[in-house]
Design a protein around this ligand. Sequence first.
Ligand code: DOR
Ligand code: ZN
Length: 438
Amino acid sequence: MQTTLITNALCVNEGSTTASDLFIRHGRIERIAPRLELRADTTIDAGGRLLLPGMIDCHVHFREPGLEQKADIQSESAAAVAGGVTSFMEMPNTRPAATTNEILEQKFALAATRSIANYSFHLGASNSNLDELLALDPRTVCGVKLFMGASTGNLLVDRAQQLEDIFKEVHVPVSLHCEDTNTIRENEKAAREKFGESIPFGEHWKIRSEAACYQSTALAVELATRYGTRIHVLHLTTARELALFKAGPAAGKRITCEACPHHLWFSAGDYDALGALIKCNPSIKTADDRAALRQALLDDVVDTVGTDHAPHLWEEKQNPYGSAPSGLPVIQSALVSLLEFLPPAAVAEKTAHNPARIFQVAERGFIREGCWADLVLVDPRKPHTVTKENTLYKCGWSPFEGTTFGSSVCLTLVNGRIAYRDGQVNRSVRGQRLLFDR
Ligand code: DOR
Ligand code: ZN
């Protein structure tokens, strides 16, 4: 298939919403105009529905290699395109942990044969791999992931000198997990003294507390300000941390931040019903925090939404608090969940334009002539309910089960090819390695 014509789309791009036709050739958008009288191998009538740039998800955990019982690149990229995500940047807490460029390249090789969406992989920082971080190729790798707090996996950087060296010397974007481990340990100890081994899940947000988040995020912002580091602070969860970030366009900032769909959707009141299913790090906090995060997206204090898609097995999630793993699968519902409370133009900004700007992704993230045709067609008036049956994650469950969203993803194009349409994933589509203009 060489050419595709999309007619009658309501294009949501760079702050405007315009009725347009699009002509795609060899995977790229060749022309955009109010009306195109062109013949194409395939014609898609968008029927006046919303056409957004495909989501570039800068924060996923796809578990391959080493944890394929939970998820793999093929299964989760299928769920991604079904949810309108056309590119992802994956995290290094796989097995072995991706802390060398050699291990990282093995992940790229796996993705080349298995991924339906476009892909990149973060190199993980450890206490001793500065040489590897500095050897990373900035044009073909998205960036570095640094855990400034212990979480799933074993990638904590807690050597003060190593932390300073990373902030000083790494020039690609550094994505940060910020939670102060000592604060969490103290809180956990106190909870154990109070509840013994049966800590209620509703304690999670008090253990992985606001103070733990604030302390670590404040340190990150301080170091990045001192050294001019390009940092992207992942998964903010508290109103208090927001005060550490400046409002304004992402393009002009060296310190940017992310919010995640589950922190924008759930709140502390949901632990009673959902328990382990919404246990994640950093934790889901109060309804006031959630309201502040939503507002911060509108105020351009929070720059991106990344999913932190982190699948774990249903059986593992039946464990008691101490041994139930943290993380939840969300990638298939992320885009539609955002449309419940954000205008479509803001969704495009936070999920596609800003990720492209922050990571300097080449030729993606916008509906522009010359860009790759990574596109998602959304019907804003077609509700759907999340069920186990329509959930594509390998782990087979979603924290959104039973939730009805007002909109649905109808069609997803990856490099001009139909990767998803009306409930069906085309598993023969293969994404490309992301490239970066740096
Ligand atoms: O909840 C989380 N799950 N937080 C993380 O930092 C890691 C993730 C995972 O990989 O499961
Ligand atoms: Zn994560």
